[in-house]
Design a protein around this ligand. Structure first.
Ligand code: SF4
Ligand code: SF4
Length: 117
């Protein structure tokens, strides 16, 4: 089992999750194909040890256990898995300090992606 970064991360990318991952399996895309790999972070499913440490660190509530990814975000599980065969284009990012989103911003982001009505 692995955890999944969903599209709720897109363009938020504060990277709060990166520092807590004990096996450094949370990656940023460094290639040119931004249609295929949008601006978000990705969890390598074969490196993830299923510890769950990243999930509570995400202020945008973007991280789910693979068995719990909501249906509306389900395409993000195979998207994270594409890291496995494309590791030349991924690297562990260096987190930068970011402002915390407000509860309203978190809710608006979920609405944007169809997770909340
Ligand atoms: S903490 Fe959440 S929003 Fe920030 S980079 Fe990680 S998954 Fe994305
Ligand atoms: S569940 Fe643990 S090992 Fe997997 S990405 Fe999150 S912090 Fe890293």
């Amino acid at each position: 089992m692995a955890w999944v970064i969903t599209r709720l991360c897109r363009d938020c990318v504060d990277q709060a999750c990166v520092d807590v991952c004990p096996v450094e399996c949370i990656y940023a895309y460094t290639g040119d194909d931004h249609q295929k790999f949008p601006n978000q972070l990705y969890i390598h499913p074969e490196e993830c040890i299923d510890c769950g440490a990243c999930e509570p660190e995400c202020p945008w509530e973007a991280i789910y256990e693979d068995v719990s990814v909501p249906e509306v975000l389900s395409e993000d599980t195979p998207l994270n898995a594409l890291t496995v065969d494309n590791m030349d284009d991924f690297e562990v990012p260096t987190p930068e300090e970011q402002d915390q989103p407000t509860p309203e911003q978190v809710s608006d982001n979920k609405k944007k992606w169809g997770l909340e009505p």
